[in-house]
Design a protein around this ligand. Structure first.
Ligand SMILES: Nc1ncnc2c1ncn2[C@@H]1O[C@H](COP(=O)(O)OP(=O)(O)OP(=O)(O)O)[C@@H](O)[C@H]1O
Ligand SMILES: [Mg+2]
Length: 475
């Protein structure tokens, strides 16, 4: 990907350099032409005027007058003036060197032979201090509508050539600097854009291969740095998800293996033992039955958890259900267990209205809170369940007089499979999924679960969800 972008940049750069060179070349040409044209126009004017002025003397062969005029004109234009007859032979030369010689420059031929009114040409002429460029402007001398000779005005255009040359030198300098700037920009581009991009590409490929430990170097504060940061956050998150997934699989397998191991031991002890008492049979079968219940509970929780995780938020079909009714159902389901531990369940309903919820999941969550309260409270204790409402939020509070939870444990109890005291697990039969499910359910309802607890005194779990789900979404 970056290789092709690099090539595109290189092609773009080459086009830019060529376009720039052409622009400079063209502007210098236009400038040169303009400056020369001014000179040509000026010479044309002077040559035509001079041809007119000398026509009279020329037809009378007044050589002295012609010579004077030529010298004067030559001084005026700081150049050389020649007067030729119709055969191209020099009659007058303001420098007095070419008299009597026949000239046959192209522009002279055009006027004398091809009968043009005027013509011009550029020639390099050797001078004391080197060669210089001159403009020869030839204009016909007309007498009675007939070409009888020509005047040639020779003027140096070396100054124009010189200034065009120095402008060109400046242009080349600008051109070189521009190319240097472009090259610097290009290397900056490669270092700061293409390299991070190819690092990003390699990182993404590594992630797609399952290497979540890959991180990118973040330098600067621009969009690419933000992209690298976002990539790193994503990688950390994926690594977390991956770790928690394998942790989950190993925990779940372990939790399933424990009851299976005890069931195997119990079964084998009856199977390979001869003459086992009926009481022992019954006791062992009772234990196996308990293990089956434990496994069923765990599998149900696992299934519920997967279902909860797969629910799509936008597609939830919330129902309006009386909160009191749900809590009453939970209480009546758990009443027996509470009684078996001589625990009194107190209910206090201060909110009697309906809430938008997924009744099945909400009931399960409340049930877990009350179940925990009973499970982790000593024989003869008390559990208080109350509902109330503040603004658009409905609250379900479950308070117990049980053993409480240490401060440092309070955050962890919402993690999957986390139990404060593992040694007690056999006695209480928990798997540590309950509060995780409560939390997931709360979040699914746009609500939350909070805990306040003091060791030895008891715990208060508060579950809150919006009464009106639409009002929540409109916020
Ligand atoms: N009311 C409570 N009083 C004291 N400790 C509690 C209370 N509720 C929960 N806990 C502690 O938090 C841990 C996690 O609770 P959670 O409901 O997630 O699991 P569990 O009750 O052990 O098993 P499960 O609910 O999956 O059958 C419990 O093992 C317990 O140590
Ligand atoms: Mg529980």
């Amino acid at each position: 990907m970056t290789a092709s972008i690099k090539w595109r940049f290189i092609i773009f750069l080459i086009i830019l350099i060529i376009a720039f060179a052409l622009t400079l070349l063209m502007t210098s040409r236009i400038l040169e032409n303009n400056m020369l044209h001014l000179r040509i126009a000026d010479s044309a004017q002077k040559a035509n005027d001079f041809a007119l002025a000398v026509a009279y003397d020329f037809s009378r062969n007044n050589v002295e007058a012609l010579y004077q005029s030529a010298i004067k004109e030559g001084i005026d234009l700081d150049g050389r003036v020649l007067i030729l007859d119709a055969f191209g032979i020099v009659q007058v030369d303001s420098f007095s060197r070419l008299n009597g010689m026949r000239l046959s420059h192209q522009e002279i031929v055009e006027v004398l032979v091809e009968h043009k009114d005027s013509a011009y040409g550029f020639h390099q002429v050797q001078q004391d201090n080197g060669k210089i460029w001159c403009l020869n402007y030839v204009s016909a001398i007309i007498e009675n509508s007939e070409m009888v000779g020509a005047v040639v005005l020779v003027q140096s255009v070396q100054d124009v050539v010189q200034s065009v040359y120095s402008i060109q030198v400046n242009y080349y300098l600008i051109y070189l600097i521009a190319i240097l700037v472009l090259l610097v920009l290009f290397s900056f581009l490669i270092n700061h854009i293409l390299q991070p991009m190819s690092a990003l590409k390699e990182g993404t490929e590594a992630i797609s291969r399952g290497d979540f430990s890959r991180r990118l170097q973040v330098s600067g504060k621009d969009e690419l740095a933000k992209l690298a940061e976002a990539f790193n956050t994503m990688a950390i998150r994926l690594e977390d998800v991956d770790r928690s997934r394998s942790e989950f699989i190993s925990n779940a397998s372990h939790e399933l293996k424990t009851p299976l191991t005890s069931m195997k031991i119990l079964t084998e002890s009856i199977l390979y033992e001869d003459n086992v008492d009926e009481d022992v049979y019954k006791e062992f079968l009772g234990d196996i039955n308990k293990e089956i219940d434990r496994m069923t509970g765990l599998i149900n929780d696992l299934l519920l958890m997967t279902k909860l995780q797969n629910l799509e938020e936008g597609k939830l079909q919330m129902e309006k259900v009386s909160l009191e009714q749900i809590v009453q159902e939970v209480i009546s389901n758990l009443q027996k267990i509470a009684q078996s531990k001589a625990i009194t369940l107190h209910a206090h309903f201060r909110f009697e209205g309906k809430v938008d919820c997924l009744p099945l999941y909400l009931r399960h969550a409340i049930s877990n809170l009350v179940d925990n309260a009973i499970k982790y409270t000593e024989f003869g204790g008390e559990v208080f369940i109350s509902t109330f409402k503040v603004d658009n939020m409905a609250y379900i509070q479950v308070r117990d007089t049980g053993e409480g939870i240490a401060k440092e444990e309070q955050k962890k109890i919402f993690e999957r499979f986390y139990r404060v005291s593992k040694s007690r697990e056999r006695e209480t039969g928990g798997t540590g999924l309950g509060l995780y499910i409560v939390q997931t359910t709360a979040l699914l309802h746009h609500g939350r679960i909070d805990v306040k607890s003091e060791e030895g005194k008891g715990s208060v779990f508060t579950l809150s969800i919006p009464v009106n789900a639409d009002a929540y979404e409109r916020k």
